[in-house]
Design a protein around this ligand. Structure first.
Ligand SMILES: [Zn+2]
Length: 238
C-alpha cells in the first residue's frame, strides 16, 4: 500500500494474514519497512484483501491505492534501488544500512558466485543494451550489479588489479567494512543484548538471531546468535 503523508517511509501499512489462523484472518497493520523485502507489484483481485486494506481506521472509506500500475512499479523499483544499489555501489554521501539477508540481491549473488568458484561467465543476467557503459545506470542493472559483486570479491585481496577506478574504490571500501565487521564480531562474543544496546551498536552493524537460521553473509554486517539469556554465543561477519 502507498505510504501515507508524514510517515517518512520508515513504516507502512500492510495487509497480511494473522498467525495461526491458517491464512483465513486478514488484518491491516503498520510495520517497520526495514522488515520488508522483495517488493513486487501484484493486482488485488480478492474482495476480502481489498476490504482489509481499508480496515480498521478507514472503515467506510475506500483504501488509498496507487493511481496506476506504473506508479506502483516505480515505487517497487525505487525501493529496490535504495535497498541494494545505494549501499553496494556507495551512492550516498553517508553509507546506507545494508539490506536484509533475505532481500534478493544481484551484488551478493555475484559475490557468492566468486566465493564458490563460479566464473564471470556465470552471470545469469542479460547484458544491458540501453544504458551507457561505465555509468551508474549500467552498474545499477542486474547484470552490472552482479558483475560488480563478482569483480570486487575476486580481487578483494589485491584490489590494485582492478583497472576500473569505481570498482577499485568499491573493493577498498569493502575491505574496510569487512575488517571493521571482523573486529566487531570478535569483541561482541559473550556480551548481552543490553551490553550492546548500552554501547550503541546499531542495526547498521549487527543483526541478532536465534536458533538454527543461518542467513547469507552481508558486507559490513555481523550476524550474532543469542542464547536464552540474550548473550552472544556465535557470530558470522561479512
Ligand atoms: Zn546485497
Amino acid at each position: 500500500m502507498p505510504t501515507l503523508w508524514g510517515d517518512g517511509g520508515d513504516q507502512r501499512y500492510v495487509v497480511g494474514t494473522r498467525r495461526r489462523t491458517g491464512g483465513r484472518s486478514l488484518i491491516r497493520l503498520v510495520i517497520n519497512t526495514e522488515n520488508l523485502v522483495n517488493y513486487r507489484v501484484r493486482p488485488v483481485h480478492s474482495p476480502s484483501v481489498y476490504a482489509a486494506m481499508g480496515q480498521p481506521s478507514m472503515a467506510g472509506h475506500e483504501p488509498r491505492l496507487y493511481p496506476s500500475r506504473e506508479a506502483a512499479q516505480e515505487t517497487a523499483d525505487s525501493w529496490k534501488w535504495q535497498r541494494t544499489r545505494v549501499p553496494h555501489l556507495a551512492l550516498n554521501e553517508w553509507p546506507r544500512a545494508m539490506h536484509n539477508a533475505d532481500e534478493p540481491c544481484e551484488f551478493c549473488d555475484g559475490r557468492d558466485a566468486a566465493m564458490t568458484g563460479g566464473g564471470l561467465d556465470t552471470n545469469p543476467h542479460e547484458l544491458p543494451e540501453s544504458e551507457p557503459p561505465a555509468t551508474i545506470a549500467w552498474w545499477g542493472t542486474n547484470h552490472g550489479l552482479w558483475r560488480a559483486g563478482w569483480l570486487t570479491e575476486t580481487n578483494i585481496k589485491i584490489p590494485d588489479r582492478l583497472a576500473d577506478l569505481a570498482l577499485l574504490h568499491l573493493a577498498l571500501a569493502r575491505r574496510t567494512q569487512r575488517s571493521r565487521a571482523d573486529w566487531l564480531a570478535r569483541t561482541v562474543k559473550g556480551k548481552t543484548l543490553a551490553d550492546l544496546h548500552d554501547e550503541g551498536v546499531g542495526r547498521d552493524r549487527i543483526r541478532f538471531l536465534r536458533g538454527d537460521h543461518d542467513p547469507r553473509q552481508l558486507d559490513g554486517i555481523v550476524h550474532a546468535w543469542l542464547d536464552t539469556d540474550n548473550r552472544v554465543i556465535r557470530t558470522k561477519s561479512g
